[in-house]
Design a protein around this ligand. Structure first.
Ligand code: AMP
Ligand code: GLY
Length: 436
């Protein structure tokens, strides 16, 4: 089969790496890809939001299955367009993608199906929002309705912070029309985990749990990022909780949407807060998490393409995934300045050494392949090739280990060999799990 993967992050490199192991796959393309995806796939210079260009490519090359990594093309309806042209594509349609692209839609859907989530109210006018905040008191959580690259949520500890968030989102329009409405919700104090499931619209297959680390600095300090590291499984999610998440969250949602004639197909990610041993949904994402995928997929033994095809064809019934029993932990190496402005074009050293290490995987995010200068001495033309930084999150270093501590030690041992100017990473990925 010929597969097209859409996206350019660590998640997409990991997807390309995983599906390259499938016996069903003869060729993988990645659009636009990154330095690392070019090792497992052929990079194609089409942006992930250029739906017309992607459609043309998929038709011209007779792609058998397209897999969508990021949320933006899903929210823009790429799945509807591909299906209308008779092409197979893994992901939810535009209507279902609203679970991520509209927090108002997600919260109202949860209310409709009695899915446990924080109590909330919706506002389209800043004065009314501020009045409600004063009535409710702090801490309180303000969320821009639409997509905001993970920056549209403010957990406010003071009335002033909450009021500033309303101004930023609704008055200054920091996120454009995504801030036309806000969800204001009750603050939940608990522990977070990410639970992903693959569904064909009727049947639900839960993946192993994982835990992301969103803040840039150790100890969950500093601004939020796309995610600085993850591990799987999350010890917090025991069997009892996993059963509750399946029964109280995924089943009512998937069955409810199917009954409305809007079946959800693809991967569904629930960001969960566990409070008093009960799960509450913080958010839905309509795609694999990044970096969650990089800690989940190295543990998956089953053929991912087979599972995805079954999901697309409505044939997931009876599917049981096989997992490596070990833990997988991944740490993100970022450019100096991220999540704010950062430099690019820095040569990355040490990838060759780490690439040889047992049970260690490197997934590239913001990298690109480049050539050393002609004046640089090299032993072969192959050695002339280098990877340079090309984004905020640059690399994911991941390891499998018998315990979280073992996986953590392997990752941090490997990272010592990698260098680029301004390299920054968190030193405490896994520590919280080890403490509990
Ligand atoms: P979201 O994008 O909605 O998952 O929110 C981003 C982050 O904000 C979450 O990962 C939580 O750490 C935090 N958060 C969101 N909603 C709540 C809530 N109701 N209570 C406490 N923290 C929250
Ligand atoms: N790591 C969080 C996300 O993918 O949204």
């Amino acid at each position: 089969m010929k597969i097209l993967v859409i996206g350019s992050g660590g998640r997409e490199h990991c997807l390309c790496w995983k599906i390259a192991q499938s016996k069903l796959v003869e060729k993988i393309y990645c659009a636009p890809g990154n330095g690392g995806t070019s090792l497992a796939a052929e990079n194609i210079a089409i942006d992930s939001d250029d739906i017309t260009g992607l459609l043309k490519f998929a038709k011209d090359r007779a792609i058998d299955l397209t897999i969508v990594g990021p949320e933006a093309p899903l929210a823009d309806g790429i799945v509807d367009v591909f299906i209308a042209h008779g092409l197979k594509i893994f992901g939810p349609d535009k209507e279902s993608a609203k679970l991520e692209s509209s927090k108002v839609f997600a919260k109202e859907t949860m209310r409709k199906y009695k899915i446990p989530t924080a109590d909330f109210a919706v506002f389209n006018e800043p004065q009314a929002a501020k009045k409600y905040i004063k009535e409710k008191g702090v801490p309180i959580v303000i969320k821009a309705d639409g997509l905001a690259a993970g920056k549209g949520v403010v957990v406010a500890k003071t009335i002033q912070e909450a009021s500033d968030a309303i101004d930023l989102i609704m008055v200054k329009k920091e996120f454009g029309p995504s801030g036309d409405r806000v969800v204001i919700e009750e603050y939940l104090d608990g522990q977070e985990a990410s639970i992903l499931a693959i569904t064909d619209g009727k049947n639900i297959v839960l993946l192993e749990s994982s835990q992301d680390h969103k803040c840039i600095f150790d100890g969950d300090k500093g601004p939020n990022t796309g995610g600085m590291g993850a591990y799987s499984p999350a010890p917090l999610i025991n069997q009892e909780l996993s059963a509750k998440i399946s029964e109280k969250i995924f089943k009512p949602l998937i069955q409810g949407l199917a009954a409305e004639g809007k079946p959800y197909r693809g991967v569904l990610y629930a960001g969960i807060m566990v409070k008093n041993n009960e799960p509450y949904v913080l958010e839905f994402n309509v795609r694999f998490g990044d970096p969650e995928a990089q800690s989940i997929l190295p543990k998956l033994k089953s053929d991912l393409i087979e599972v995805m095809l079954r999901a697309v064809d409505g044939k997931l019934e009876g599917v049981k995934l096989e997992w490596d029993n070990r833990f997988c932990l991944s740490v993100v190496l970022a450019s100096a300045g991220y999540p704010g402005d950062y430099e690019t074009g820095k040569v990355i050293g040490g990838l060759g050494v780490v690439g040889q290490m047992k049970d260690i995987f490197i997934f590239h995010a913001g990298t690109k392949m480049d050539q050393r200068r002609k004046s640089d001495k090299v032993n072969s033309e192959e050695e002339r090739k280098v990877f340079i930084t090309n984004g905020g999150r640059v690399l994911n270093v991941c390891a499998l280990g018998d315990t979280i501590g073992d996986a953590r030690d392997k990752v941090y041992g490997a990272i010592k060999n990698i260098f680029f100017h301004g390299l920054h990473y968190r030193n405490d990925i896994g520590n919280k799990a080890l403490k509990s």
